[in-house]
Design a binder for this molecule. Structure first.
Ligand code: HEC
Ligand code: HEC
Length: 381
């Protein structure tokens, strides 16, 4: 009996503490949040006639939120740009700053989600997709991005095989052109997607500075190389084809979308990697040395102990590309030529043919099976 009494007290204490923390505590922290100005006056008050953020969603977008919820989009998409310490969301271009609680206060349905199979959508409305693109993507993502695993929603559209005024054309490689007309539900959902944007600063969270400046200066270097190569008198400048390969390779290195390599998120825009986690590409023998090994790494990834510039690493790099392993021979050749020729690196270009022949030589390897440094080093040519 005594035990039952104690047990009951414990249960209520546990529930009480949880209630205090999650309900009272959360209300205390976030309950009184209201829209505010991007910059406050010195005394902490909101300047007169300042525009207040966040804005509320248009009514049609609020309705679209219900469809977003009902169709289960949240199972694969989040709507929260993570803190800078927690990941690379800002570098990936998913937002200009981490999301904060105030961003959501005016939304009737807060759909943050917790699993990311697809990209974060907190700032989808800022990515420059046209209305047409969003409808095409919602109807059948695979018509735009063949490998996409995003869920198609053809039931939100009326379909026609003939060109009809007001219909949007869907052309994919597999099938003949089709034409679609959005139902009101599709209109609402797309209005919601377009309204997703955190394009304002808040007193508690300013935009994060990115490495744009660095990138711009690198572009200048490359384009001046191109110029001098075009100049007929320039015998010392890089040839045009090389400058082109380097600049397209740099794009792949920096790109966080299909066709990109996302390399910069780990190896950084300056090629220096991150101490203890991601090895540098600048000055690395792996980058400047044997092309075959380098190509193998770029096709299948790398894991386990490795020494780079005299420092030991033990990490995992899955097969590069978005989605993994999808880089074409040309893309691999370009990105490798780029990393062999920036940040003080200087080495011969890698050609698509070289990539193709290495790819053919390892075609029986299981897909996605990463190399180890030991395996690459022991292999006889
Ligand atoms: C099975 C997981 C999954 C589900 C469910 C899903 N998506 Fe996706 N989504 C993805 C993936 C993966 C991508 C990236 C490839 C692409 O762009 O198609 C993506 C991409 C997108 C994009 C393009 C994002 C960008 O930055 O270009 C939009 C818009 C989108 N999804 C909307 C939706 C909507 C709306 C729903 C619900 C109807 C939904 N998704 C359901 C996985 C999913
Ligand atoms: C998700 C993070 C990540 C991404 C993205 C990534 N790498 Fe790596 N990379 C690593 C890690 C971790 C290692 C070390 C693996 C090990 O410890 O065996 C590595 C090793 C390497 C190496 C050999 C070691 C060195 O530093 O020279 C090369 C070359 C390389 N990566 C090139 C690339 C290229 C090119 C891309 C883009 C196409 C890329 N990586 C994308 C994490 C990444």
């Amino acid at each position: 009996m005594n035990n039952l009494f104690k047990f009951t007290i414990y249960v209520f204490t546990a529930l009480g503490v949880a209630w205090l923390a999650f309900v009272v505590g959360a209300r205390e922290q976030y309950g009184d949040l209201s829209p505010t100005a991007e910059v406050l006056d010195e005394d902490g008050s909101i300047p007169q006639d300042a525009d207040l953020f966040p804005h509320s969603l248009p009514g049609i977008a609020e309705q679209g939120a219900k469809d977003y919820l009902a169709l289960g989009c949240m199972t694969c998409h989040t709507q929260q740009v993570r803190m800078v310490e927690a990941g690379f969301d800002v570098e990936r271009g998913w937002g200009k700053r981490p999301s904060v609680p105030r961003d959501y206060i005016l939304q009737e349905h807060v759909l943050i989600g917790n699993t990311r199979v697809g990209p974060d959508l907190a700032n989808l409305g800022l990515r420059g997709h046209t209305l047409e693109w969003l409808h095409q993507h919602l109807f059948e993502p695979q018509a735009l991005i063949p490998e996409s695993v995003c869920q198609p929603s053809p039931f939100l559209y009326e379909e026609s095989a003939e060109e009809t005024p007001g219909y949007i054309e869907i052309s994919s490689m597999e099938s003949a052109a089709r034409f679609i007309k959005p139902t009101p539900r599709a209109e609402r959902l797309v209005a919601y997607l377009q309204a997703l944007k955190q394009n304002y600063e808040l007193p508690e969270m300013a935009y994060v500075e990115t490495e744009d400046e660095l990138t711009d200066s690198m572009e200048l270097e490359i384009s001046s190389e191109t110029d001098s190569a075009n100049d007929e008198n320039a015998s010392s400048g890089a040839p045009t084809w090389l400058a082109e390969q380097i600049s397209s390779g740099k794009e792949i290195y920096m790109k966080a979308a299909p066709g990109g390599g996302l390399c910069f998120t780990c190896h950084q825009a300056n090629g220096q990697g991150l101490a203890g986690q991601f090895p540098p590409l600048a000055g690395s023998d792996w980058v400047l040395g044997d092309k075959e090994k380098l190509i193998k790494i770029s096709l299948y990834g790398l894991m386990g102990p490795i020494q780079v510039n005299g420092v030991d690493y033990n990490g995992v790099m899955v097969s590069p590309g978005i989605p993994p392993g999808s880089l074409t021979d040309q893309q691999v050749a370009d990105v490798l030529t780029y990393i062999r020729n920036d940040w003080g690196n200087s080495a011969t270009a890698v050609t698509p043919n070289e990539v193709a022949s290495v790819r053919a030589s390892i075609k029986d390897r299981a897909p996605m099976q990463m190399w180890t440094a030991a395996e690459l080093n022991d292999e006889q040519p």
